[in-house]
Design a protein around this ligand. Structure first.
Ligand SMILES: NC(=O)c1ccc[n+]([C@@H]2O[C@H](COP(=O)([O-])OP(=O)(O)OC[C@H]3O[C@@H](n4cnc5c(N)ncnc54)[C@H](O)[C@@H]3O)[C@@H](O)[C@H]2O)c1
Length: 254
């Protein structure tokens, strides 16, 4: 792959990124836009600031308020992308949540919420975009898992179950849609130094304990993951599918 292809290899491609008002999702939008993609953001929160940042850097983007666990919103998201930009090439399904709790204290309502936000949203968003990708004969679906599935991190039984589900989904769907030029890959992310507006992120308190366990002793930053997203989204990555790439500074030597 030539360097230019990595830098601007997504010109005229259309990418949907879910859960992109803040955190990793925002970094994915900006990195894909930098590589030339037109961006459609779906979040329950307002993402106008991300659209503005992309536009002021010379890119194209739109955002919609959508709850990806709602079938109608997922359908509207796909329609927004095709209405605005005429096609859908890339889906980065980034929506997810964790909720630390000792197993015996996890309520059934918490369990279902974690499944809904991590897995129902994945099912609905992918079902909504797949027809447009099949029609194009091209697609890149990138899903977000977590290194907690390799590490067996305590107090996250519900989250780890959901994120292992993301990997199973990724492998199975990859086998189904490869014939249409569509790849499906997961990224298992380590604890990332995402900046939450209220600084309530787990990263600030837990990172000092995690860094010594990593092979590379610096925090995983959103742009580290965004580079892997951009790589997997490229046309030149078309032979890579059904895989899970672990991006966590080598905490899990998976
Ligand atoms: N940050 C980490 O340390 C870390 C570690 C491992 C894996 N991950 C995974 O990476 C992804 C992003 O993590 P993050 O920390 O950047 O998340 P975040 O909590 O900072 O942001 C999530 C975004 O998703 C949106 N969202 C939540 N539910 C939604 C719904 N139903 N529909 C639409 N939007 C919704 C929120 O409004 C928010 O903007 C998640 O899948 C997460 O599980 C994160």
């Amino acid at each position: 792959m030539k360097i230019e292809e990595f830098e601007r290899g997504l010109s005229d491609r259309v990418a949907i990124v879910t859960g992109a008002a803040i955190g990793n999702g925002r970094a994915f939008c900006e990195r894909l836009a930098e590589a030339g993609a037109k961006i459609v953001i779906a979040d329950i929160a307002d993402a106008t600031h991300v659209v503005d940042a992309i536009r002021s850097a010379g890119g194209e983007a739109v955002a919609i308020r959508a709850d990806c666990s709602n079938p109608d919103d997922a359908a509207t998201l796909a329609k927004t992308a095709t209405d605005h930009f005429g096609r859908i090439d890339i889906l980065v399904h980034n929506v997810g949540m964790y909720d630390e709790e000792p197993f015996e204290l996890i309520t059934f309502a918490q369990w279902k919420k974690v499944m809904e936000v991590n897995l129902d949203t994945l099912f609905l968003t992918v079902q909504a975009v797949l027809p447009a990708m099949k029609e194009n004969g091209f697609g890149r679906i990138i899903t977000l898992s977590s290194n907690t599935v390799w590490l067996g991190t305590p107090y996250l039984a519900h989250y780890a179950a959901a994120k292992m589900g993301v990997i199973g989904f990724t492998r199975s769907l990859a086998a189904e849609v490869g014939r249409y030029g569509i790849t499906v890959n997961a990224i298992s992310v380590g604890l990332t130094a995402t900046q939450k507006p209220d600084d309530s992120g787990r990263s600030s308190t837990i990172l000092p304990h995690i860094l010594p366990q990593q092979a590379v002793h610096r925090a995983d930053e959103p742009h580290d993951i965004a580079n892997v997203v951009a790589f997997l989204a490229l046309p030149a990555s078309g032979i890579i599918t059904g895989q899970t790439i672990n991006v966590d500074g080598g905490a899990a030597r998976h």
